[in-house]
Design a protein around this ligand. Structure first.
Ligand SMILES: [Zn+2]
Ligand SMILES: [Zn+2]
Length: 378
Protein backbone atom coordinates (compact mmCIF):
# COMPACT_ATOMS: atom_id res chain seq x y z
CA UNK A 1 0.00 0.00 0.00
CA UNK A 2 1.06 3.60 -0.44
CA UNK A 3 1.86 5.86 2.46
CA UNK A 4 3.53 9.20 3.24
CA UNK A 5 6.65 8.47 5.28
CA UNK A 6 8.71 10.93 7.30
CA UNK A 7 12.39 9.89 7.27
CA UNK A 8 14.00 13.04 8.62
CA UNK A 9 12.69 16.13 10.39
CA UNK A 10 12.27 19.19 8.17
CA UNK A 11 12.37 17.16 4.99
CA UNK A 12 9.35 16.41 2.79
CA UNK A 13 7.32 13.27 3.37
CA UNK A 14 8.14 10.51 0.88
CA UNK A 15 5.11 8.94 -0.79
CA UNK A 16 5.98 5.32 -1.45
CA UNK A 17 4.99 1.68 -1.17
CA UNK A 18 5.10 0.29 2.39
CA UNK A 19 4.30 -3.24 3.54
CA UNK A 20 1.54 -3.58 6.10
CA UNK A 21 1.15 -6.64 8.36
CA UNK A 22 -2.19 -8.18 9.33
CA UNK A 23 -3.75 -6.98 12.60
CA UNK A 24 -2.73 -8.79 15.78
CA UNK A 25 -4.89 -9.40 18.83
CA UNK A 26 -7.03 -6.36 19.69
CA UNK A 27 -6.13 -4.57 16.46
CA UNK A 28 -7.95 -3.77 13.22
CA UNK A 29 -6.80 -3.13 9.68
CA UNK A 30 -8.53 -0.04 8.26
CA UNK A 31 -8.71 1.07 4.62
CA UNK A 32 -8.44 4.83 4.99
CA UNK A 33 -10.97 6.95 3.17
CA UNK A 34 -9.73 10.32 4.36
CA UNK A 35 -7.24 11.98 6.67
CA UNK A 36 -7.09 15.54 7.91
CA UNK A 37 -3.71 17.26 8.03
CA UNK A 38 -3.26 18.68 11.54
CA UNK A 39 -0.79 21.06 13.19
CA UNK A 40 0.50 18.22 15.35
CA UNK A 41 1.63 16.45 12.16
CA UNK A 42 3.49 19.64 11.28
CA UNK A 43 5.09 19.76 14.75
CA UNK A 44 6.25 16.18 14.24
CA UNK A 45 7.55 17.05 10.76
CA UNK A 46 9.47 20.03 12.19
CA UNK A 47 10.81 17.97 15.11
CA UNK A 48 9.10 20.19 17.74
CA UNK A 49 7.38 17.16 19.30
CA UNK A 50 9.49 14.35 17.90
CA UNK A 51 8.79 10.62 17.96
CA UNK A 52 10.75 7.77 16.32
CA UNK A 53 11.48 7.81 12.56
CA UNK A 54 10.84 6.69 9.94
CA UNK A 55 7.13 7.03 10.61
CA UNK A 56 3.83 7.29 8.80
CA UNK A 57 2.18 10.49 10.04
CA UNK A 58 -1.51 11.40 10.11
CA UNK A 59 -3.80 11.07 13.13
CA UNK A 60 -7.18 12.38 11.95
CA UNK A 61 -8.57 9.50 9.92
CA UNK A 62 -11.76 7.77 8.88
CA UNK A 63 -12.19 4.66 6.80
CA UNK A 64 -13.63 1.19 6.44
CA UNK A 65 -12.58 -1.83 8.51
CA UNK A 66 -10.91 -4.37 6.24
CA UNK A 67 -9.86 -7.05 8.70
CA UNK A 68 -10.06 -7.62 12.47
CA UNK A 69 -7.53 -9.33 14.70
CA UNK A 70 -8.34 -11.97 17.35
CA UNK A 71 -10.53 -10.81 20.22
CA UNK A 72 -11.97 -7.76 18.48
CA UNK A 73 -15.66 -7.32 19.25
CA UNK A 74 -16.50 -3.65 18.75
CA UNK A 75 -16.24 -3.60 14.93
CA UNK A 76 -16.62 -5.97 11.97
CA UNK A 77 -15.10 -5.91 8.48
CA UNK A 78 -17.09 -3.44 6.37
CA UNK A 79 -17.89 -1.09 9.26
CA UNK A 80 -17.28 2.61 8.63
CA UNK A 81 -15.15 4.01 11.43
CA UNK A 82 -13.77 7.29 12.71
CA UNK A 83 -10.39 6.93 14.40
CA UNK A 84 -9.55 8.47 17.73
CA UNK A 85 -5.78 8.86 18.10
CA UNK A 86 -5.44 8.14 21.78
CA UNK A 87 -5.68 4.60 23.08
CA UNK A 88 -6.30 4.08 26.80
CA UNK A 89 -5.91 1.15 29.19
CA UNK A 90 -9.37 1.31 30.77
CA UNK A 91 -8.21 0.41 34.28
CA UNK A 92 -5.67 2.96 35.56
CA UNK A 93 -6.65 5.62 38.09
CA UNK A 94 -7.44 8.23 35.39
CA UNK A 95 -9.40 5.81 33.19
CA UNK A 96 -11.39 4.71 36.25
CA UNK A 97 -12.20 8.35 36.92
CA UNK A 98 -13.63 8.74 33.42
CA UNK A 99 -10.61 10.58 32.04
CA UNK A 100 -9.16 8.15 29.46
CA UNK A 101 -7.61 11.05 27.53
CA UNK A 102 -4.99 11.32 30.28
CA UNK A 103 -4.60 7.56 30.76
CA UNK A 104 -1.41 6.76 32.70
CA UNK A 105 -0.57 3.66 30.72
CA UNK A 106 -0.31 4.25 26.97
CA UNK A 107 3.23 5.56 26.62
CA UNK A 108 3.80 2.97 23.86
CA UNK A 109 1.65 5.02 21.49
CA UNK A 110 4.14 7.89 21.89
CA UNK A 111 7.10 5.75 20.88
CA UNK A 112 5.61 4.82 17.55
CA UNK A 113 4.67 1.18 18.13
CA UNK A 114 1.59 -0.86 18.84
CA UNK A 115 0.86 -2.06 22.41
CA UNK A 116 3.22 -5.06 22.17
CA UNK A 117 6.17 -2.84 21.22
CA UNK A 118 6.29 -3.98 17.59
CA UNK A 119 5.21 -2.24 14.38
CA UNK A 120 2.88 -3.31 11.55
CA UNK A 121 4.67 -1.31 8.84
CA UNK A 122 7.87 -2.35 7.08
CA UNK A 123 9.95 -1.17 4.15
CA UNK A 124 12.69 -3.40 2.75
CA UNK A 125 12.87 -5.36 6.02
CA UNK A 126 13.20 -2.17 8.14
CA UNK A 127 10.68 -0.93 10.70
CA UNK A 128 8.43 1.97 9.80
CA UNK A 129 6.86 3.47 12.95
CA UNK A 130 3.27 4.32 13.72
CA UNK A 131 2.37 7.84 14.72
CA UNK A 132 0.26 8.11 17.90
CA UNK A 133 -1.56 4.89 17.03
CA UNK A 134 -3.26 6.14 13.86
CA UNK A 135 -0.91 6.70 10.85
CA UNK A 136 -3.70 7.85 8.56
CA UNK A 137 -1.44 9.19 5.75
CA UNK A 138 -1.62 5.67 4.37
CA UNK A 139 -4.03 3.67 2.27
CA UNK A 140 -4.11 1.00 4.96
CA UNK A 141 -3.31 1.22 8.64
CA UNK A 142 -3.44 -1.08 11.64
CA UNK A 143 -4.88 0.59 14.74
CA UNK A 144 -5.97 -0.50 18.24
CA UNK A 145 -9.59 -1.68 17.91
CA UNK A 146 -10.75 0.59 20.74
CA UNK A 147 -9.70 3.65 18.67
CA UNK A 148 -12.00 2.67 15.78
CA UNK A 149 -15.44 4.08 16.52
CA UNK A 150 -18.18 2.72 14.22
CA UNK A 151 -20.34 5.35 12.51
CA UNK A 152 -23.43 5.51 10.28
CA UNK A 153 -22.17 4.34 6.83
CA UNK A 154 -24.41 6.83 5.01
CA UNK A 155 -22.36 9.77 6.31
CA UNK A 156 -19.41 11.12 4.26
CA UNK A 157 -16.08 9.87 5.61
CA UNK A 158 -14.18 12.90 4.30
CA UNK A 159 -16.04 15.20 6.69
CA UNK A 160 -16.15 12.63 9.48
CA UNK A 161 -12.36 12.29 9.46
CA UNK A 162 -12.16 15.67 11.21
CA UNK A 163 -13.97 14.18 14.21
CA UNK A 164 -10.74 12.30 14.99
CA UNK A 165 -8.78 15.37 16.06
CA UNK A 166 -9.98 18.92 15.27
CA UNK A 167 -13.65 18.40 16.17
CA UNK A 168 -13.07 16.14 19.17
CA UNK A 169 -10.49 18.60 20.51
CA UNK A 170 -12.28 21.89 19.78
CA UNK A 171 -15.85 20.91 20.60
CA UNK A 172 -14.62 18.69 23.46
CA UNK A 173 -12.74 21.66 24.97
CA UNK A 174 -16.03 23.59 25.10
CA UNK A 175 -18.33 20.75 26.21
CA UNK A 176 -16.06 18.70 28.46
CA UNK A 177 -13.09 20.75 29.64
CA UNK A 178 -14.65 24.20 30.01
CA UNK A 179 -18.33 23.19 30.34
CA UNK A 180 -19.51 26.43 28.77
CA UNK A 181 -23.07 27.38 29.77
CA UNK A 182 -25.69 29.23 27.72
CA UNK A 183 -24.99 32.95 27.80
CA UNK A 184 -21.33 32.61 28.88
CA UNK A 185 -18.85 34.79 27.02
CA UNK A 186 -16.10 33.12 25.02
CA UNK A 187 -12.90 34.13 23.23
CA UNK A 188 -11.08 31.78 20.85
CA UNK A 189 -7.45 32.63 20.11
CA UNK A 190 -6.37 30.94 16.86
CA UNK A 191 -9.02 29.90 14.35
CA UNK A 192 -7.52 26.90 12.57
CA UNK A 193 -9.19 23.48 12.62
CA UNK A 194 -9.34 23.26 16.43
CA UNK A 195 -10.23 26.92 17.11
CA UNK A 196 -13.06 26.90 14.56
CA UNK A 197 -14.48 23.89 16.35
CA UNK A 198 -14.29 25.76 19.67
CA UNK A 199 -16.32 28.48 17.96
CA UNK A 200 -18.97 26.09 16.74
CA UNK A 201 -19.02 24.19 20.03
CA UNK A 202 -19.67 27.52 21.81
CA UNK A 203 -22.43 28.33 19.30
CA UNK A 204 -24.05 24.90 19.84
CA UNK A 205 -24.30 25.46 23.61
CA UNK A 206 -25.70 28.96 23.01
CA UNK A 207 -22.82 30.90 24.49
CA UNK A 208 -23.33 34.68 24.56
CA UNK A 209 -20.57 36.69 22.89
CA UNK A 210 -18.20 34.42 20.93
CA UNK A 211 -15.12 36.42 19.99
CA UNK A 212 -12.79 34.93 17.36
CA UNK A 213 -9.17 36.12 17.34
CA UNK A 214 -6.88 35.41 14.38
CA UNK A 215 -4.49 37.29 12.07
CA UNK A 216 -6.02 35.70 8.94
CA UNK A 217 -9.10 37.60 7.67
CA UNK A 218 -10.33 34.46 5.88
CA UNK A 219 -10.28 32.41 9.07
CA UNK A 220 -12.15 35.17 10.91
CA UNK A 221 -14.78 35.13 8.16
CA UNK A 222 -15.08 31.36 8.50
CA UNK A 223 -15.36 31.75 12.28
CA UNK A 224 -18.25 34.18 11.82
CA UNK A 225 -20.01 31.75 9.48
CA UNK A 226 -19.69 29.06 12.18
CA UNK A 227 -21.17 31.19 14.95
CA UNK A 228 -18.63 33.78 16.14
CA UNK A 229 -20.45 36.97 17.10
CA UNK A 230 -17.33 39.13 16.85
CA UNK A 231 -13.96 38.90 15.13
CA UNK A 232 -10.74 40.63 16.22
CA UNK A 233 -7.57 40.74 14.13
CA UNK A 234 -4.45 41.33 16.27
CA UNK A 235 -2.57 42.66 13.21
CA UNK A 236 -4.68 45.82 13.25
CA UNK A 237 -6.41 45.91 16.65
CA UNK A 238 -5.14 45.73 20.26
CA UNK A 239 -6.93 42.54 21.29
CA UNK A 240 -7.31 42.97 25.06
CA UNK A 241 -8.81 46.46 24.69
CA UNK A 242 -11.07 45.32 21.83
CA UNK A 243 -12.42 42.31 23.75
CA UNK A 244 -12.99 44.29 26.95
CA UNK A 245 -14.59 47.04 24.85
CA UNK A 246 -17.08 44.52 23.44
CA UNK A 247 -17.94 43.26 26.93
CA UNK A 248 -18.42 46.57 28.72
CA UNK A 249 -14.98 46.42 30.33
CA UNK A 250 -15.10 42.76 31.46
CA UNK A 251 -12.96 39.86 30.33
CA UNK A 252 -14.52 36.63 29.01
CA UNK A 253 -15.81 33.70 31.03
CA UNK A 254 -13.86 31.22 28.89
CA UNK A 255 -10.83 31.89 26.75
CA UNK A 256 -9.54 29.09 24.49
CA UNK A 257 -5.98 29.07 23.18
CA UNK A 258 -5.66 26.81 20.13
CA UNK A 259 -2.14 27.59 18.86
CA UNK A 260 0.41 26.66 21.54
CA UNK A 261 2.49 29.82 21.23
CA UNK A 262 3.68 31.47 24.50
CA UNK A 263 2.57 34.92 23.31
CA UNK A 264 -0.95 33.78 22.43
CA UNK A 265 -1.20 31.72 25.64
CA UNK A 266 -0.33 34.87 27.58
CA UNK A 267 -2.97 36.75 25.57
CA UNK A 268 -5.59 34.07 26.24
CA UNK A 269 -4.96 34.34 30.00
CA UNK A 270 -5.15 38.14 29.82
CA UNK A 271 -8.56 37.98 28.12
CA UNK A 272 -10.17 36.12 31.05
CA UNK A 273 -12.45 38.08 33.37
CA UNK A 274 -13.34 37.68 37.05
CA UNK A 275 -14.11 34.05 37.92
CA UNK A 276 -13.36 32.91 34.37
CA UNK A 277 -10.97 30.38 32.92
CA UNK A 278 -8.30 30.06 30.25
CA UNK A 279 -8.30 26.68 28.48
CA UNK A 280 -4.92 25.84 26.98
CA UNK A 281 -5.41 23.49 24.02
CA UNK A 282 -2.52 24.27 21.68
CA UNK A 283 0.67 22.24 22.18
CA UNK A 284 3.43 24.59 23.26
CA UNK A 285 7.06 23.69 22.49
CA UNK A 286 8.59 21.71 25.39
CA UNK A 287 10.73 24.64 26.60
CA UNK A 288 7.93 27.25 26.52
CA UNK A 289 7.32 29.26 29.71
CA UNK A 290 4.53 31.81 29.99
CA UNK A 291 4.46 34.81 32.36
CA UNK A 292 1.08 35.88 33.75
CA UNK A 293 -0.29 38.30 36.31
CA UNK A 294 -0.28 35.98 39.35
CA UNK A 295 -1.93 38.45 41.73
CA UNK A 296 -4.79 38.99 39.31
CA UNK A 297 -5.24 35.22 38.91
CA UNK A 298 -5.55 34.97 42.71
CA UNK A 299 -7.88 37.79 43.48
CA UNK A 300 -10.16 37.29 40.48
CA UNK A 301 -10.17 33.50 40.94
CA UNK A 302 -9.09 32.84 37.38
CA UNK A 303 -8.52 29.22 36.37
CA UNK A 304 -5.80 28.21 33.93
CA UNK A 305 -6.62 24.72 32.66
CA UNK A 306 -4.90 22.36 30.28
CA UNK A 307 -7.01 20.55 27.71
CA UNK A 308 -5.68 17.37 26.15
CA UNK A 309 -7.71 16.06 23.23
CA UNK A 310 -10.88 17.88 24.31
CA UNK A 311 -11.08 15.76 27.49
CA UNK A 312 -12.86 13.23 25.28
CA UNK A 313 -14.12 9.78 26.21
CA UNK A 314 -14.21 8.49 22.62
CA UNK A 315 -16.91 5.79 22.91
CA UNK A 316 -19.25 8.36 24.52
CA UNK A 317 -18.30 11.58 22.77
CA UNK A 318 -17.70 10.47 19.18
CA UNK A 319 -21.28 9.19 18.63
CA UNK A 320 -22.56 12.45 20.16
CA UNK A 321 -20.44 14.51 17.77
CA UNK A 322 -21.61 12.40 14.83
CA UNK A 323 -25.23 13.03 15.88
CA UNK A 324 -24.61 16.78 16.01
CA UNK A 325 -23.16 16.56 12.50
CA UNK A 326 -26.04 14.47 11.20
CA UNK A 327 -28.47 17.00 12.67
CA UNK A 328 -26.74 19.84 10.82
CA UNK A 329 -25.60 21.56 14.03
CA UNK A 330 -21.95 20.80 13.46
CA UNK A 331 -20.69 22.04 10.11
CA UNK A 332 -17.55 20.61 8.63
CA UNK A 333 -17.52 21.03 4.85
CA UNK A 334 -16.79 24.78 4.88
CA UNK A 335 -13.45 24.29 6.62
CA UNK A 336 -12.22 21.50 4.33
CA UNK A 337 -9.90 21.70 1.32
CA UNK A 338 -9.45 18.24 -0.15
CA UNK A 339 -6.21 16.97 -1.67
CA UNK A 340 -4.57 13.66 -2.59
CA UNK A 341 -1.91 11.72 -0.68
CA UNK A 342 0.64 12.89 -3.27
CA UNK A 343 -0.17 16.50 -2.37
CA UNK A 344 0.48 16.12 1.35
CA UNK A 345 3.63 18.27 1.30
CA UNK A 346 1.68 21.08 -0.39
CA UNK A 347 -0.96 20.71 2.34
CA UNK A 348 1.72 21.39 4.97
CA UNK A 349 2.86 24.48 3.05
CA UNK A 350 -0.74 25.73 2.85
CA UNK A 351 -1.11 25.18 6.60
CA UNK A 352 2.07 27.09 7.43
CA UNK A 353 1.03 30.02 5.26
CA UNK A 354 -2.43 30.03 6.88
CA UNK A 355 -4.16 29.61 3.50
CA UNK A 356 -6.55 26.86 4.53
CA UNK A 357 -8.46 25.93 7.69
CA UNK A 358 -8.06 22.19 7.13
CA UNK A 359 -6.61 20.12 4.30
CA UNK A 360 -8.09 16.64 4.09
CA UNK A 361 -6.39 13.91 2.09
CA UNK A 362 -8.94 11.81 0.22
CA UNK A 363 -7.44 8.38 -0.37
CA UNK A 364 -7.87 6.40 -3.57
CA UNK A 365 -10.82 6.83 -5.87
CA UNK A 366 -13.66 8.78 -4.34
CA UNK A 367 -16.63 6.54 -4.96
CA UNK A 368 -19.01 9.35 -4.08
CA UNK A 369 -19.86 7.80 -0.73
CA UNK A 370 -17.09 9.66 1.01
CA UNK A 371 -18.17 13.22 0.32
CA UNK A 372 -21.43 15.12 0.71
CA UNK A 373 -23.54 17.09 3.14
CA UNK A 374 -25.56 15.60 5.96
CA UNK A 375 -29.21 15.30 5.13
CA UNK A 376 -28.55 15.38 1.39
CA UNK A 377 -30.13 12.04 0.70
CA UNK A 378 -32.54 11.61 3.55
ZN1 LIG B 1 -4.41 16.79 15.54
ZN1 LIG C 1 -5.68 4.13 31.66
Amino acid sequence: MRAAVLYEHNSPLVIEEVEVDPPKSGEVLVRMAASGVCHSDLHMLRGVHPSPLPAILGHEGAGVVEEIGPGVANVQPGDHVVLSWLPYCGHCRMCARGRPNICEDVAWSEVGTMADGTVRFHKGGERVHHYIATSSFAELSVVPAQTAIPVDPSLPLTELSLMGCAVATGVGAVFNTARVHPGDTVAVVGCGGVGLNCVQGAAIVNAGAIIAVDTEPRKLELARSLGATHAVNPSNTPVTEAVRGLLGGDGVDHSFEAIGNPATIELAIRLVGRGGQAILIGMAPPEARVPFDALNVTFQEIDIRGCWYGSVRPPVDFPLLVDLYRGGKLRLDSMINTCTLDEVNDAFRAMESGEVARSVIVHGSDDGATRGSPGEDR
